[in-house]
Design a protein around this ligand. Sequence first.
Ligand code: GUN
Ligand code: ZN
Length: 441
Amino acid sequence: MTLATPITVVRGRFLDIQNIVSHASEIAEQVRYIEDGVLITEQGKIRWFGPWEAAQDHLPTDVEIQHYPEQLIIPGMIDTHIHFPQTEMVGAYGEQLLSWLNTYTFPTEIQFKDKAYAQEIAKFFVNELLKNGTTTALVFCTVHPESVDALFEAAEQHQMRLIAGKVMMDRHAPEALCDSAESAYVDSKALIQKWHGQGRALYAITPRFAPTSTPEQLERAGQLKAEFPDVYVHTHLSENKDEIAWVKDLFPHQNGYLDVYHHYGLTGQRSVFAHCVHLEDTEWKCMHDTNSAIAFCPTSNLFLGSGLFPLKKTWDQQVKVGLGTDIGAGTSFSLLQTVNEAYKVQQLQGDKLSAYESLYHATLGGAKALDLDDKLGNFNVGKEADFVVLDLKATALQQLRQSRAKSIEDSLFALFTMGDDRNIEATYIYGQKAYQQNQSI
Ligand code: GUN
Ligand code: ZN
């Protein structure tokens, strides 16, 4: 493993959102744009940040300044929902959620029993995150503990802050992919003890979704959460109408889908529910009251035909939300592309999604959804130094469009609309360059 050099100095154009906001309309006031700025990191954290003119007294004399005069530097992007074992099955044709799981997903995930296979895909996956400017992700592994080890080991190579967990699943799936209530508890507990808080790794208790866990298993998941209150809970919720009807059939004594998780103690400040496309009013209220978070996954919701997520409601109901790529139901690792589709999902509902709001969701808002906004999400001094250097003119069309940009906001909007991994020039993790386009590091 390469260790972070103690001090890094980066000069360039910086853009971030300074503070958490409670309404979409407040975001523009919190945008911080420094046309010629300097970021100084020490031991992976931000030691100083500000304009070049004010930096002179803070610059160490013996450290080379990494200068990006043309590019735009933003905080590392945060993917709040993704499946690493589904990397190889992006773009599986023709099904909606439940048949997509049976036809494509389960057969793919069975392969991850083999640790060597899991390691190969984990390495590819982590590289793909870096290549797309994603510096933190909340990740589903498979039911196999080996898959969790493989992923955390790959992330550790880059000192990446990653949250992940072993899938818990003891029914309605192939035998080879099922654990039991007891083994899921024992295996998850061992993984928590091994990984949670180890370096930058954090653990998420990960029941796949209510239909694939028995009540006994959900009870055990709740027991784990009670025993380890600062670990995460990560699952799916209200993605597809057939799925919701199935949950109501399977859990007739609960008052709807979210109430199943709530009943077993799985809601809360560190609980992240992917999708939430079709929540009922009482469920929005429960999300708010329990301070639970949503992962909005537009490319997935469109690809599987799940529905249109009402992003505006998260502001109205004061519910935390981040963006998720949801690879492999989602169609791109790029959070730029994810924002592009998020914009269109709002357009189809008559709502607007501004470039600054998108930047917020991809960075500080995502950090807040993961309860990591004290560590990640912007360039505030003391936070962890994960950031991305963007080339706004990666194609001829982008070059033309950017040359006509009327403002930094317009420029950012064009980037989100047309951007992808070609725009990621470099990705820094914990103060150190972990990816440079067209170069192996
Ligand atoms: N619901 C349960 N499992 C999955 C999954 O793997 N992907 C998505 N998109 N939804 C799910
Ligand atoms: Zn998912």
